[in-house]
Design a protein around this ligand. Structure first.
Ligand code: FES
Length: 190
């Protein structure tokens, strides 16, 4: 893949930008690459590629993708088609065969807390909390921010969230690393 070709197709984040980010920011965990122009926060397909890049870099190898970009795009298209077609096939078949499994719900979208819109509600994804230093995890737990806990972003500038009736200010470093699943979008509410 060439340096100006996009590793994250959704957000048009090139290999060059990701390499620059790795060299400059020295991320401690792969999920920090989402701070590079939102890489991996769209359809989520490129997250495994981002993880591979990070692993290569953290092992001292050059963070590159050996695959030709057109093959890379082709693989993404095939994966997307597979993902879309399997539930449909199951749905069609299940009309005739009661033993077929229920249609799988789509994977939830996860975004960093910092990207939540003011007024938007979300659920905390605890799996990403494991990447945080234990001090931060304890602090979040003490503030009532646990697994699947619901919160609402109150303010647009500083990241202030409401958990139950308690308002908590989250620093930018942490707000970029805590991932949440948005529940609704305030701009589409009737
Ligand atoms: S390709 Fe990166 S999030 Fe979709």
């Amino acid at each position: 893949m060439g340096p100006d070709e996009h590793v994250c197709v959704c957000h048009r984040v090139s290999l060059r930008k990701l390499q620059g980010f790795l060299a400059r920011e020295q991320p401690r965990v792969p999920s920090q690459l989402s701070e590079c122009l939102g890489a991996g926060t769209g359809c989520g397909w490129c997250r495994s590629e981002l993880e591979r890049l990070w692993t290569r870099w953290s092992e001292g190898s050059e963070p590159t993708i050996d695959e030709d970009w057109s093959r890379y795009l082709g693989r993404r298209e095939m994966d997307k088609k597979r993902k879309n077609s399997v539930p449909l096939a199951i749905a069609n078949q299940s009309q005739y065969d009661g033993s077929m499994p229920a249609v799988k719900a789509p994977e939830p979208i996860r975004i960093p807390l910092s990207q939540l819109k003011p007024g938007q509600r979300a659920r905390v994804d605890c799996t990403t909390l494991d990447d945080l230093p234990s001090g931060d995890r304890c602090l979040l737990a003490a503030m009532g921010l646990g697994d699947q806990c619901e919160l609402k972003r109150c303010s647009g500038h500083a990241c202030i969230i409401a958990v139950d009736r308690t308002k908590i200010a989250i620093g930018p470093w942490l707000a970029d690393r805590v991932f949440v699943e948005p529940i609704d979008d305030p701009t589409t509410r009737p």
